[in-house]
Design a protein around this ligand. Sequence first.
Ligand code: MN
Length: 140
Amino acid sequence: MLYKDNKRAEQENQEDQSCNWNGKNILLVEDDPVSMEYFKEVLAPTRVGILVAENGEQALKQFGGDVSPDLVLMDIQLPDISGLEVTREMKRVKPQIPIIAQTAHAMTEDREKCIRAGADEYISKPIAIDDLLVIINRFI
Ligand code: MN
């Protein structure tokens, strides 16, 4: 019984160590409510703090607000300002904050555009949970 409990505690520890972002904050920039819910669900077990923005204007407001994010997950297709433009502006203000761009299209030129705009990494939708966590873990 005790052995089992230890074993379980050990496993939980290992999971925590890989993706425990307690005390950190991620800014989710996403206008699609379904995708937003998906990201929130995937990130919930990591205990990361979540800031949300549904458009470019909100994203820049959150970015410059009291709680500075440790990482930004940036949808490139936004209703108001292009995510590329928002990325450029964020990198101009605080270049040290990592930005992971994400788009629904997996065109090779998308990746180039995002990287040129200043994004640190690029992922295309649909995004597998493991891939997302591994990529965020590299930058957060
Ligand atoms: Mn979008």
